[in-house]
Ligand binder design. Structure first.
Ligand SMILES: [Zn+2]
Length: 344
């Protein structure tokens, strides 16, 4: 972060208390050392993950991307029964609520958990229990995006769609596609997105994170993308930029994630300012926050520094998140008004 201009005075405190929404954050990827310690303690003796929070802080220091994937998978492996799912989901909501997040669309990969033996009904019941409790106890509304882990191919696509449509948990609103982009062409997933969309699910695939603008075109044309997860490479194609601006397709920008995964070489070179100058709709999000050593609040600070924003500019960014979300018009109006009242 040292390569960015300083935050304007007083802005850190403003951002910390600003009501926000989060549109691009992963379920397992949100497991903080505190949550992981709790899960590891439930399975002590059968996991390499330490149950001691201090040891976990070291465990979360990644040597490289391959090590990050190894740690991520060892955390996935801690989600063994529905109680683990319930704990993870509720505790993620607690950490969102602490950052004044009022509404979050959480990307969940049910395939990974069902594959490890949790029944789809039990899985969906557990996330729904956590959602209902989080809304009443913590004041944060959670919604689900069920995503296909692209690296697991069409079998995973079929199963993810099947779980989504058969279980159809109340909080489910969208269908996504994650995992590596290189070597995983987007068009092959079109039939699954077609079926999901025909059943009323919104389309929010990851695209253009580690590959070029063509992947974003594929997401728009073949998968009917209504928002783009990342879209980091969009600026490389002027026609695409024009299309995204004209059709007001929001990008879910996650700056620190892009740095950690080396999608951008430095934060100072992040395309966010160019996206804004080109008139694109951008939202700020955190992706896998504890694993990337960040929080949504931190990402707002990064964006404020990249864009040299004042309080009104940061509030406008928060409003853009509200507008780009899939919440009801009434909820948009309510949270938008809350942001306006806070920003004065
Ligand atoms: Zn993501």
């Amino acid at each position: 972060m040292t390569d960015l201009p300083a935050l304007r005075p007083g802005l850190a405190a403003f951002i910390a208390k600003l009501p926000k929404v989060e549109l691009h954050v992963h379920h397992v990827g949100s497991a903080s050392p505190r949550i992981v310690a709790e899960l590891a303690a439930r399975h002590e003796g059968t996991t390499p993950v330490p149950a001691d929070p201090a040891a976990l802080a070291d465990y979360f220091v990644f040597r490289d991307f391959a090590h990050f994937v190894e740690v991520y998978l060892s955390v996935v492996d801690l989600i063994r029964d529905e109680e683990d799912v319930r704990i993870l989901t509720y505790e993620v909501a607690r950490e969102l609520a602490r950052q004044q997040v009022r509404y979050a669309e959480l990307t969940i990969t049910p395939y990974s958990h069902v594959h490890r033996g949790i029944a789809p009904e039990a899985f969906c019941e557990a996330i729904e229990d956590a959602r209902v409790r989080a809304e009443s106890e913590l004041g944060v509304a959670l919604r689900w995006c069920f995503d296909i882990p692209g690296e697991a191919g069409l079998v995973a696509a079929e199963q993810t769609l099947d779980i989504a449509l058969r279980q159809r948990p109340d909080g489910l609103i969208s269908f996504g596609l994650g995992g590596p982009e290189i070597g995983v062409p987007r068009p092959q997933f079109q039939p699954y997105f077609d079926r999901a969309r025909a059943q009323g699910l919104r389309s929010v695939p990851h695209a253009g994170e580690t590959t070029g603008p063509q992947t974003i075109w594929d997401a728009l044309r073949d998968l009917g993308a209504e928002r783009i997860g990342h879209g980091t490479s969009a600026m490389g194609d002027p026609r695409l930029v024009e299309y995204l601006a004209e059709h007001r397709v929001p990008l879910e920008v996650c700056p620190t994630s892009n740095l950690v995964t080396r999608a951008v070489p430095t934060l100072a070179e992040h395309p966010l300012p160019a996206m804004v100058s080109a008139g694109l709709v951008v939202t700020v999000n955190s992706d896998d926050p504890p694993m990337f050593g960040t929080t949504l609040t931190d990402e707002y600070e990064v964006a404020a520094r990249l864009l040299d924003l004042d309080a009104a500019g940061v509030a406008a960014l928060a409003r853009a998140g509200v507008d780009a979300s899939f919440m009801s018009t009434e909820d948009k109006t309510r949270i938008g008004a809350e942001i306006d009242a806070y920003a004065g």
